[in-house]
Design a binder for this molecule. Structure first.
Ligand SMILES: Cc1cc2nc3c(=O)[nH]c(=O)nc-3n(C[C@H](O)[C@H](O)[C@H](O)COP(=O)(O)O)c2cc1C
Length: 202
C-alpha cells in the first residue's frame, strides 16, 4: 500500500532556446522522475519572460507577472531539478536572472522562504567535452545560498548534439543510468522527507 503522495518536482532549464540541449535533458529528467514515482512539472522559461532584474523597476511595479507565476509553482513543489547550461564557465544570465527574481518578496511572501525547504538535483548539457560541468559547481553554490539542499553526483552530458537518441533518451547507457539514479534518489529522498514531516503518512 502506498502511503505517500508522489513528491512534486519543478523542472526547468536555464535556456530559452528552441533547440536547447538543456531543455531536452530537463524534459527527459521530468519523464524519468514521473517513472520512478515523482510528479514532475516541466516549465519552459520562454513562457515566463522576465526583464533583467532592476531594483527600481521592482520598486515601482513590484514583481513581474512571470515571477509571481513561477513563485506560485515553486510553492506547490517540494523538489527542483534544474538543467544548467554553461556560458563562459558560468551559469547563464537567464538562470541567474530567474532565480534572482524568484528570491524576491511578493508582498508578504518572501521568495527565500519558498526555496528554504527544497531539495534539488542539477544536471547540465553542452556541445563541448566537459558537458557544462563548471556551471554545475556554480548552480549548486547559488542554490545553497538560497537555502536549497542539493543532491551530490550531478550529471554533465558532453557532446550534447550527439548525446540524445531518437527516443529522447541518452545514447550512452552509463549516462542514462546516472540520470536515472539521480532522479530515483531525488524522489526517494523527497518521500523520506515527507514521512518525516508527516509520520502518519497523510
Ligand atoms: C556566450 C556563450 C558562452 C559559452 N561558453 C561555454 C562554456 O564555457 N562551456 C561550454 O561547455 N559551452 C559554452 N557555450 C556553448 C553552450 O554550451 C551551447 O551554446 C549550448 O547549446 C547552450 O545550452 P542550450 O543548448 O541548452 O541552449 C557557450 C555559448 C555561449 C552563447
Amino acid at each position: 500500500m502506498t502511503l505517500h503522495k508522489p513528491p512534486r518536482i519543478l523542472v526547468f532549464a536555464g535556456s530559452a532556446r528552441e533547440d536547447s540541449h538543456n531543455k531536452r535533458l530537463a524534459r527527459l529528467a521530468a519523464e524519468r522522475l514521473d517513472r520512478v514515482g515523482g510528479q514532475a512539472t516541466f516549465v519552459d522559461l520562454r513562457d515566463y519572460p522576465l526583464p533583467l532584474y532592476d531594483g527600481d523597476l521592482e520598486g515601482r511595479e513590484g514583481l513581474p507577472a512571470s515571477a509571481r507565476s513561477l513563485q506560485g509553482l515553486l510553492a506547490e513543489h517540494q523538489g527542483l531539478l534544474l538543467a544548467s547550461p554553461e556560458y563562459n564557465g558560468f551559469i547563464t544570465p537567464l538562470m541567474k536572472n530567474t532565480l534572482d527574481w524568484l528570491s524576491r518578496s511578493d508582498g508578504d511572501r518572501s521568495g527565500l522562504t519558498l526555496f528554504a525547504d527544497k531539495l534539488a538535483a542539477v544536471v547540465s548539457a553542452s556541445p563541448g567535452a566537459l558537458g557544462g560541468m563548471r556551471s554545475l559547481a556554480l548552480i549548486r553554490q547559488l542554490l545553497g545560498n538560497l537555502g536549497v539542499t542539493v543532491l551530490p553526483n550531478p550529471l554533465a552530458v558532453p557532446r550534447a548534439a550527439q548525446a540524445f537518441g531518437e527516443n529522447g533518451e541518452l545514447v550512452d547507457e552509463s549516462q542514462q543510468q546516472r540520470l536515472d539514479a539521480l532522479c530515483q534518489r531525488l524522489v526517494t529522498t523527497l518521500i523520506k522527507l515527507q514521512a518525516t514531516d508527516s509520520p502518519s503518512g497523510s
